[in-house]
Write a protein that binds this ligand. Sequence first.
Ligand SMILES: [Zn+2]
Length: 233
Amino acid sequence: MPRLLQSLTIGIITFGMVGTGTAFAGVDSGITWLGHASFRLERKHTVVYLDPWQIAGEPHDADVVLITHPHFDHLSSSDIGRVAKGGTVLVGPPDCLKGLTGTLHPVKPGDHLQLDGVSVDVVPAYNTTTAYHPKANGWVGYIVDLGGPRIYHAGDTDVIPEMSSFKVDVALLPVGGTYTMTADQAAMAASILDPKLAIPMHYGSVVGSAADAQRFKESCGSIPVTILPRRSR
Ligand SMILES: [Zn+2]
């Protein structure tokens, strides 16, 4: 087979694998749900926490901490202190970083950060019909890429038109209602985002229940949903 044709064929096979999702088999590996909106991501020795809250112990293993907004269940300086180590980069909207010390990285929706081993797209997060999270506050969600799947943490948000432009492989979506999307609205968000995997969050503590996570799973149709067990870390 001529070399060009051979490489073309390999290219098509590779592309086919991506299309069927096998390129990200075990797409949820390295994603740990710590309860509510709190997650730990790990890949190739790089550790990222999102909205660390009610952290057990003092792991001190965070390379990067991403904060979506300053409400108490998302921004906790004591929990950041439990996960931070020397050199941890703290990322968030400016009103989240007041009072924190260390390597601070203020962000706004639309920003892109290239940190050591971590690429981050900063995306908007806001309510469309309530005033808990006004768009004008500049609070955010994140699309995190550690060299594997693009993992979207929605923050506290409703379904917003910007979602149609997000390119994500895994979607961490709030399902608890009141302050964020309900389970049914989150399923609508999943259908817009069309991820390879959706994971419910923002239930089981402040608002929402396991029944909301289950309803989300049942409402997502053909989009795979994993309800992660809550782990202490
Ligand atoms: Zn909030």
